[in-house]
Design a protein around this ligand. Structure first.
Ligand code: PLP
Ligand code: COI
Length: 365
C-alpha cells in the first residue's frame, strides 16, 4: 500500500521579475491570455513513484525531447479559473475544488494520473500568493489561472499511455474575453463539423477538443459570427454548447440549459447558475434543446433571452443566430434583463459585492 505523502513545494523566486512599472503597463491593458506572471508551478509524475518534484519557479520555456508523447498524441488536459481581487484587498478564487474534481474526471478519461485535489488547490494558492501583485485592481479584470497536464514520456508507441507526466499552472492577467465589452455575440450553428460524440472526450477538458474546434470557429468568423455553436453529432439537431461556454435559454422566468449528455463540458459556471437561479426566483430545467425549438421560441416570443456562460466569458448574451439555411435574432438582439441579473449576481459573489450564500468563494491571499 502506498501512503499518500503531502507534497512540499520547493520555491525558487525569479531573479528577473518585471518591475512594478512594467507590470502596471501590462495591467493597464491585459487583453485575454496574452501576458503571464513572473512564476509558474511544476509537479512531475512517474508511474510507480507518484507525484514528485513540486516547485514554484520563474516563468519560462520548457525543454522537451521532440519525441515527447504530448506532441504526437495530444495526451493533455487543462482547467481554467480566475483569482479576483475583492475590496479590502483580499484575493479569492471561485470553487477551485470543483475545477480540481473536473480535472481528475478529465484525467481518468485521458488515461492520465489524478492529482490530489488539495495539491491542485495548494498549487493555485502558492502561485497567486507569490504573484499577487499581478491580480488586477480594475473592475471586471482578474488573474486567469491555467492549470494543465501533459504526457512527457519521449516515446512514439501507442500500446500504453505515457508513464510520466507534468502538471503545471501558469497565470495571466485578463480583461474580458470578448473585445467590445458586454455586447451580445452572434453565433454560427455548425452542421459541417462535430465537436464530440458519445463515448468520446466531450465532457473532458482536453486540448484535442479545442484543436478539432478551430476549423469550425474559423468558419464561424468567416460567416461573420463571433462564436461557433456545436450540435449533437448524430442528427445535428440538438444544441450542445459554444466554443468555450455553455448555453442557457430563458423562457420568461425559467432557465433551460442542455442536459449533460457526456458530449458537453460540465461547466462550473453552468452549475453555479443552476443553483443561483432559485435565489433569483427562477426555475430551471436541464433537457435537450433543439435548433428548431430555439428558432420557433424566438419567433413566438416565448424564448425571451439566450446567454452563454463560462469562466473566461462570464455571462454573455447571444444576440443573433445563423446557420447554413436560416438566421434569426434573439429577442430584440440586445442583452435582456434576466441575463443581466444572473450576471450581476454571479460577478457580485466573485468580487465580494454580494453575499456568498453557497460558500463558493475561496480566499487565497
Ligand atoms: N464549455 C467549454 C467547451 C469550455 O471550454 C468551457 C470553459 O471552461 C465551458 C463550457 C464553461 O466551463 P466553466 O464554466 O467551468 O468555465
Ligand atoms: C475558460 O473559460 O476557462 C475556458 O476554458 C475558455 C477558453 C478555452 C479560453
Amino acid at each position: 500500500m502506498t501512503i499518500a505523502q503531502k507534497l512540499s513545494f520547493d520555491v525558487q523566486l525569479s531573479d528577473h521579475a518585471r518591475t512594478a512599472a512594467e507590470r502596471e503597463q501590462v495591467l493597464a491593458n491585459p487583453a485575454f491570455g496574452q501576458f503571464f506572471t513572473d512564476h509558474m508551478i511544476s509537479i512531475d509524475y512517474t508511474e510507480g513513484q507518484g507525484w514528485h518534484d513540486a516547485r514554484l519557479m520563474p516563468y519560462g520555456p520548457l525543454s522537451l525531447d521532440p519525441a515527447t508523447s504530448v506532441f504526437h498524441y495530444a495526451q493533455e488536459l487543462f482547467e481554467g479559473l480566475k483569482a479576483y481581487r475583492q475590496s479590502g484587498d483580499s484575493i479569492v478564487t471561485f470553487r477551485p475544488y470543483a475545477n480540481a474534481a473536473r480535472f481528475n474526471r478529465s484525467a481518468a478519461r485521458m488515461a492520465m494520473p489524478e492529482l490530489p485535489e488539495d495539491t491542485f488547490v495548494e498549487a493555485l494558492e502558492l502561485l497567486v500568493r507569490t504573484d499577487r501583485e499581478w491580480v488586477p485592481t480594475t473592475e471586471g479584470h482578474s488573474l486567469y489561472l491555467r492549470p494543465f497536464m501533459i504526457a512527457t514520456q519521449p516515446a512514439l508507441g501507442v500500446n500504453y499511455p505515457s508513464r510520466t507526466y507534468k502538471f503545471m499552472v501558469i497565470a495571466s492577467p485578463s480583461a474580458s474575453y470578448f473585445t467590445g465589452g458586454l455586447k451580445p455575440v452572434s453565433v454560427w450553428l455548425s452542421t459541417e463539423y462535430t465537436r464530440a460524440a458519445p463515448g468520446g472526450t466531450g465532457f473532458a477538458k482536453c486540448g484535442g477538443n479545442y484543436a478539432a474546434a478551430f476549423v469550425a470557429q474559423r468558419q464561424a468568423v468567416e460567416q461573420g459570427c463571433d462564436q461557433v455553436v456545436w450540435l449533437d453529432a448524430h442528427e445535428h439537431r440538438y444544441v450542445e454548447e459554444m466554443g468555450g461556454m455553455n448555453l442557457f435559454f430563458v423562457y420568461g422566468d425559467k432557465l433551460v440549459t442542455p442536459a449533460l449528455t457526456g458530449t458537453l463540458l460540465p461547466g462550473i459556471t453552468r452549475d453555479s447558475i443552476l443553483e443561483l437561479a432559485a435565489d433569483l426566483g427562477l426555475e430551471t430545467e436541464e433537457r435537450l434543446v433543439s435548433v428548431d425549438e430555439w428558432q420557433e421560441g424566438c419567433a413566438s416570443g416565448e424564448l425571451t433571452e439566450v446567454f452563454a456562460c463560462g469562466t473566461a466569458a462570464v455571462v454573455t448574451p447571444v444576440g443573433t443566430v445563423k446557420g447554413a439555411d436560416r438566421s434569426w435574432t434573439v429577442g430584440d438582439g440586445t442583452s435582456g434583463p434576466v441575463t443581466m441579473r444572473v450576471r450581476e449576481e454571479l460577478v457580485g459573489i466573485q468580487y465580494g459585492a454580494r453575499p456568498d450564500a453557497h460558500h463558493w468563494v475561496h480566499k487565497i491571499a
